[in-house]
Ligand binder design. Structure first.
Ligand code: ADP
Ligand code: 5GP
Length: 211
């Protein structure tokens, strides 16, 4: 009787909801590129927490998929109404994770991925979300600048703001205990394989839940 009770308890623990994953790191480090690969290979396992932002959509970005593109007034109203887990100002625009964005993914028993900046990381640490914290870093500052320029999504002004923020972010990633893993995105395939190996335990948890 007791043995059955204990084994049921262990099974329930093993089948507990998967932990969310926070992916942070400087703009241009390759977070979106890595996440696109992950979400394509494991489309039933991971779900993206669609943030709100006041910045303009880039070519190819879809409202409701990449971001919820909103006005500053709309965003401030949502924050005031307590709809956000965290929010931050980055490079002259507002960004934020709504409670609904995370709940939508978790309701499907999927691993919720949050792509957020370092202010977001600090704020999420104050919540009970309990995610795995990953930082994606470029091999060097020079390569980061090259990648941002080659992406051709920023004005010179926005690029400079992002590069300034990147310096702090690269330092932030070295703070002891801040991240569970710092991934250097040099050769894309290697970084992607490393990302998968860091997440394999959570991936297996979700697969067990879904079977
Ligand atoms: P982030 O989402 O972190 O801002 P992106 O995923 O948009 O960064 O990547 C920035 C640019 O660098 C994109 O143009 C992308 O194609 C390119 N990129 C990403 N990873 C690599 C890599 N390992 N090697 C070379 N270019 C890369
Ligand atoms: P981008 O404009 O390049 O899509 O994103 C700029 C920065 O904002 C990135 O560092 C990205 O991680 C961050 N970001 C995106 N969504 C959120 C969010 O909801 N909250 C926070 N704090 N940062 C976000």
């Amino acid at each position: 009787m007791l043995v059955r009770h204990i084994s049921n308890f262990i099974r329930r623990r093993a089948m507990a909801k998967p932990r969310p994953v926070v992916i942070s790191g400087p703009s241009g480090a390759g977070k979106s590129t890595l996440l696109k690969l992950l979400l394509k290979e494991y489309d039933q396992v991971f779900g993206f927490s669609v943030s709100h932002t006041t910045r303009n959509p880039r070519p190819g970005e879809k409202n409701g998929k990449d971001y919820h593109f909103v006005s500053r007034e709309e965003m401030l109203r949502g924050i005031e109404a307590g709809e956000f887990i965290e929010n931050a100002e980055f490079s002259g625009n507002m960004y934020g994770t709504s409670k609904a964005a995370v709940q939508e993914v978790q309701a499907k028993n999927q691993i919720c991925i949050l792509d957020i900046d370092m202010q977001g990381v600090r704020n999420i640490k104050k919540t009970d979300l309990c995610p795995i914290y990953l930082s994606v870093q470029p091999p060097s500052f020079e390569i980061l600048e090259q990648r941002l320029r080659q992406r051709k999504t920023e004005t010179e002004e926005s690029l400079q703001k992002r590069l300034t923020a990147a310096k702090s972010d690269m330092e932030f990633s070295k703070e002891p205990g801040m991240f569970d893993e710092v991934l250097i995105n040099d050769v894309l395939e290697d970084a992607y394989n490393r990302l998968k190996s860091v997440l394999i335990e959570e991936i297996q948890k979700v697969k067990a839940l879904q079977n």
